[in-house]
Design a protein. Structure first.
Length: 182
């Protein structure tokens, strides 16, 4: 069970605080705040179920939809990423980028990002290949990242097999996840 506020840090320039869940217009939403160091930001990714809306409060943000040119946002400006649209954003300035946002529905976002950030922090800036293979498969109906097809189709299945065989993924079975127990 997550207690709010809940802050996660990937150890490489990104910090995200889950402020809490609210109900707005009969839809459950997750309120968040983030801070991103210059040049940092999440890789190209997609939320298949969630809408993500971000408002810049400090700094300059660049945001990009896959295949499109980046757009740049200043304090007070916002962008929304609809479900199913591959996107990324980053700090395009030379000072800390701070944003507030909302994601709906939250589903397993808190657990997924907490584990990805934990793994990224522990493994020098990228999630452990075992963790990425497990989490991206476990939550494939909710999230994906832009990765080469051979990694997803060949390498990740092998890593999941090895992870199950040697018990590497047992740590994930102990967690309660959003509305879906493992």
């Amino acid at each position: 069970m997550i207690t709010y506020p809940h802050t996660i840090d990937n150890g490489h320039g990104e910090q995200l605080t889950f402020l809490g869940r609210i109900v707005k217009d009969n839809i459950e939403c997750l309120e968040v705040e983030n801070s991103v160091a210059p040049g940092c930001g999440p890789p190209m990714h997609v939320h298949f179920r969630q809408t993500e809306s971000i408002t810049v409060t400090e700094g300059r943000m660049a945001a990009q939809l896959k295949g499109k040119e980046p757009v740049y946002l200043s304090p007070g400006e916002y962008i929304s990423f609809p479900p199913g649209v591959m996107h990324r954003f980053w700090n395009a300035g030379d000072t800390m980028l701070r944003c507030k946002g909302v994601v709906w529905p939250p589903d397993n976002l808190e657990y997924f990002l907490t584990e990805i950030f934990r793994s990224t922090k522990a493994n020098g800036g990228r999630p452990s290949p075992f963790d990425a293979a497990y989490l991206l498969n476990r939550y494939k109906d909710e999230f994906d990242m832009e990765l080469p097809a051979p990694v997803k189709k060949v390498v990740f299945p092998v890593l999941r097999f090895v992870g199950r065989t040697f018990g590497i993924h047992k740590k994930f079975r102990q967690q309660s996840v959003g509305h879906m127990p493992l």
